[in-house]
Design a protein around this ligand. Structure first.
Ligand code: HEC
Length: 246
């Protein structure tokens, strides 16, 4: 029993540590899965920048096209590079062993990553790659220590470096904080666009994690509308019945 409790405590504490992203404050993704334009932009980024290594093998191109409001032709022309069959799932050609040989770890399937990590974590992760010459890929990540993934979106963000700053709080105590800064100040012009790119990508992964959410959101307001109209009828009906009683 004691061992069980100890195990449970350990499990809980590691998941809390994971969820907190190693002490780094997570930034809010503020994504909106009902925004079709954002989902389309996210899907476009995903197939271009991520599908070389990651699959979302529980999604079918056909279903994604329908949910995102794209025709089969648009889907096939712009978003399908590994197959020409619209009924296929979004798998990739890279084999798991090769992935492990190249990156030290196989790039995971991202079908449920938004549910596993949360959208804020994903958003912060994609904003938090920084140069670290000691790592095989030349980069590290603030919320994923010693990550095996390269900074694939560097051309859209630029490179970041870590800066250590000492801040004094209201009690006069000093703390060291770690911040990321763009190496080339000229890349700051791209910062807003990059945030939007990352938000779109996270939005797409959020949708992929639970496609039924879109239907549920769509159904939700219809049910509420029905209830609102039904209420008016019920109210007048009640008035009608009670008139005879009084
Ligand atoms: C060149 C190959 C490659 C590409 C391209 C790539 N990744 Fe990765 N990714 C990896 C590897 C390898 C890992 C595993 C890292 C580890 O466990 O250290 C990973 C891990 C991740 C994780 C963390 C998974 C976890 O375990 O929590 C996320 C999220 C992720 N990638 C998202 C993306 C997104 C989004 C893109 C496209 C913008 C992308 N990746 C493109 C190789 C890649």
């Amino acid at each position: 029993m004691r061992r069980f409790i100890l195990g449970l405590t350990l499990l809980l504490s590691t998941s809390i540590a994971l969820a907190s992203g190693g002490g780094v404050e997570l930034q809010k993704a503020h994504n909106d899965i009902t925004d079709k334009a954002s989902l389309q932009a996210g899907a476009q980024l995903f197939v271009n920048y991520c599908m070389g290594c990651h699959s979302t093998k529980y999604s079918r191109y056909q279903r994604v096209a329908t949910d995102l409001g794209l025709s089969n032709e648009e889907m096939m022309k712009n978003l399908m590079f590994t197959t020409n069959k619209i009924g296929e799932t979004m798998t990739i050609a890279m084999d798991a062993d090769d992935g492990e040989r190249w990156f030290g770890v196989t790039p995971p399937d991202l079908s449920t990553i938004a549910r596993a990590r949360g959208t804020d974590w994903l958003y912060t992760y994609l904003l938090s790659f920084y140069l670290d010459p000691s790592r095989p890929m030349g980069v590290n990540n603030l919320v994923f220590k010693d990550v095996g993934m390269p900074h694939v979106l560097w051309d859209r963000q630029g490179w970041q470096k870590v800066v250590h700053e000492t801040v004094t709080d209201s009690h006069g105590k000093t703390h060291e904080v770690i911040k990321l800064e763009l190496v080339d100040k000229a890349d700051e012009a791209k910062a807003d666009n990059y945030r939007q790119d990352v938000r779109n990508l996270v939005n797409f992964l959020d949708y992929v994690g639970e496609p039924a959410k879109l239907i549920r959101y769509d159904l939700g307001w219809k049910v509420l509308l029905f209830l609102a109209i039904f209420f008016v009828f019920a109210y007048f009906l009640k008035k009608e019945y009670w008139r005879d009683v009084h």
